[in-house]
Design a protein around this ligand. Structure first.
Ligand code: 5AD
Ligand code: SF4
Length: 470
């Protein structure tokens, strides 16, 4: 079953050959710009697209306006994300008028929805091609077609959706950072939460081979990467040769100082074994993102989440107990269809009780084609009021929780500094500002270096401190 999801080596080699021909044709000095919307999975995809652009001879453009190839990698998770793309894509018309040779494309999650695709084709005729979430490896082919005069190509996955979803190994990657990296371990989603568009636009769940994942991580560690995040819509249902906890344990076993993170976990699948692996391995960063979505059992049932409030709270408690000081974060949807005030109160109560270091709070947005979009909707004002109420509570809780770091010495991965003020992230994924000890050279805390910082001040979402000797 695993076998036929992989794009064959011949197909990939054919794309590389096309890329080489394009490179010879377009000459030097051409650049590409990829505008990425949405989640880390899209950011990871864009880095592979940039890898293919490099193979075709495109350098990285510093701005949209000067690029010769522009790709919008889109997100469909909420209407707001889609509207952002639609408004920005309008700017392509003018750029195309100014530069006849400009090539424009739209890919990602919006491209996999037929109504959005039609919108692009009809209202944005200056977009040369549209391609879906698992067609990335065909970029050279699509660009070659444009150069040969083809207009408005559409490369999306075959319908029905249960037939789509491939894995393309061996694509080149141009990473945004020299010390932080994304590693996709799986693609797609099988959960069908009733509010969510993802299974419809990213297809069924499929896992990369464990050996391929581990080889990528080992190479990253050897190349000096310090913060590596394993990505999947639900990493806990990873099905390679190893289970997810086994994969994580092995990924955390290479020589060198580095952090491993993972995103995202479905509470129904996050196992005690995984938590135990985290507790046993200091290279696994003490941060767990565990989306709760709602603290009310009727709403959780309607959402098709397949866990109860009580089961969620039990898992959260186990995580906090086993991994001391761990940062827990979560996602909550406010105003899911038919949600009553009392039901939302139960969510607020659960958030208060668990205590999240970080909460991503969303106003429910109906997604065409999902069951929740057909249910009785909650008034927009009610949704935004609930959102505001939860945000206020979370600001207070986050501030209280961050106080636990005051006076502590934390390992920090520096993002560099200007004017003596440095910024970085802790293992808990907290943003920290810090200064250097008197007389220290800036180079001791340059971007990508681990340093130790003593925390001198805490606020809801930031920490301040001074670098100290290890
Ligand atoms: N409306 C609002 N929020 C949503 N999310 C997913 N779908 C929707 C939607 N239709 C949120 C969930 C998910 C996060 C990535 O986005 O909380 O965990
Ligand atoms: Fe947006 Fe979801 Fe697609 Fe990520 S997978 S880009 S969050 S719709």
């Amino acid at each position: 079953m695993l076998k036929d999801v992989f794009v064959t080596e011949e197909e990939i080699a054919a794309q590389f050959a096309i890329a080489a021909q394009i490179k010879a044709t377009i000459g030097s000095g051409k650049t590409a710009f990829i505008s990425t919307f949405g989640c880390q999975q899209n950011e990871a995809d864009s880095e592979r697209l940039m890898g293919l652009c490099a193979l075709m001879g495109y350098g990285k453009a510093t701005e949209l306006e000067s690029a010769d190839l522009i790709i919008f990698n889109t997100c469909a998770i909420r209407e707001h994300a889609e509207l952002k793309v639609l408004s920005k894509a309008g700017a392509l018309r003018k750029l195309k008028e100014q530069n006849r040779g400009l090539i424009t494309a739209v890919c990602g999650c919006m491209a996999e929805q037929s109504h959005r695709r039609d919108k692009f084709l009809n209202s944005y005729p200056y977009i040369d091609f549209i391609f879906g979430t698992d067609r990335l490896h065909l970029l050279p082919q699509m660009v070659a077609n444009v150069l040969a005069g083809k207009k408005q190509q559409v490369y999306v996955s075959g319908l029905p959706h249960d037939k789509f979803g491939v894995i393309a190994e061996g694509l080149p990657v141009v990473r945004e950072s020299g010390y932080k990296a994304w590693v996709s371990i799986m693609y797609g989603c099988n959960n069908f939460c009733t509010y969510c568009v993802v299974p419809h636009v990213r297809g069924r769940e499929r896992s990369r081979r464990s050996a391929d994942v581990l080889a990528e991580i080992e190479a990253l560690v050897k190349a000096g990467y310090k913060d590596i995040t394993l990505l999947g819509q639900n990493v806990n249902s990873y099905k390679g040769e190893y289970s997810f906890p086994e994969l994580l344990a092995r990924a955390a076993d290479f020589d060198g100082e580095y952090w491993l993170r993972f995103m995202t976990s479905h509470p129904k699948d996050a196992s005690r074994e995984l938590v135990d692996v985290m507790a046993a391995n200091p290279r696994i960063a003490p941060h767990f993102h565990l989306p709760m979505q709602s603290g009310d059992n009727r709403i959780l049932r309607l959402m098709n989440r397949r866990y109860t409030r009580e089961q969620y709270m039990e898992k959260a408690a186990y995580i906090k107990e086993k991994v001391e000081g761990i940062a827990l974060s979560s996602d909550i949807i406010c105003g899911y269809p038919t949600e009553t005030e009392e039901e939302f109160d139960r969510t607020v109560d659960a958030v208060d009780k668990v205590g999240f270091d970080m909460l991503f709070t969303f106003v429910y947005s109906p997604r065409p084609g999902t069951p929740a979009a057909e249910m009785e909707q909650v008034d927009h004002k009610v949704k935004t009021d609930r959102f505001a109420r939860l945000s206020a509570l979370e600001n207070k809780r986050a501030e209280e929780l961050n106080a636990r770091f005051l006076g502590k010495k934390l390992r920090v991965l520096s993002d560099g500094g200007v004017g003596g003020i440095f910024k970085g992230r802790t293992g808990h994924n907290k943003i920290i500002s810090f200064t250097l000890p008197d007389g220290a050279e800036d180079s001791v805390a340059e971007a990508g270096k681990f340093v130790t910082v003593e925390v001198t001040n805490t606020a809801a979402y930031t920490l301040d401190g001074v670098m100290v000797k290890d």
